[in-house]
Design a protein around this ligand. Structure first.
Ligand code: DQA
Length: 142
């Protein structure tokens, strides 16, 4: 069975509370349930990790080395700032899909910048929670 790690960065634990007009009213636990049920249908093992701390996210990517077939990552605001996350994905060489719930390309200009994108096999933005399941399907097909 394939194993995929789903990583969420800062403030994604606040889903359902934070800016519902942008991110919706569903919670982080709703996201986990939604992705888990898709993973079950697709017969893929999924692990979840969320942190508000950049170094902990780097550790989670490094810890995936040698035991994970693909990574789905929503780096939150670290998308727009973190060379460390870019380097971590490059270091482990695990196929990684960048996901954003909102359409970052139509928001503030700084949200169009993504450091991690250069190391990712695909970026999915603006599709809500469906972006995570689309990312899993992409990793399974490629
Ligand atoms: C986000 C978009 C980022 O710009 C923001 O900082 C987030 C969430 C998204 O899922 O749309 O925290 O990654």
């Amino acid at each position: 069975m394939k194993k995929i790690l789903v990583i969420n960065g800062p403030n994604l634990n606040m889903l359902g509370i934070r800016e519902p007009s942008i991110y919706g009213r569903s919670t982080y636990n709703d996201l986990l349930a939604f992705v888990s049920s898709h993973a079950e249908k697709k017969q893929v093992e999924v692990d979840f990790y969320q942190s508000n701390h950049e170094g902990d996210l780097v550790d989670a990517i490094q810890n995936a080395y040698g035991n994970t077939d693909g990574i789905v990552i929503n780096p939150g605001a670290y998308t727009h700032t973190s060379v460390a996350l870019l380097d971590a994905v490059k270091a482990v060489g695990i196929p990684t899909v960048e996901v954003h719930i909102s359409d970052v390309s139509t928001r503030e200009p700084f949200r169009s910048i993504s450091y991690i994108r250069a190391a990712c096999v695909k970026t999915i933005a603006g599709k809500g929670f469906d972006g995570y399941t689309e990312a899993i399907d992409f990793l399974l097909e490629h």
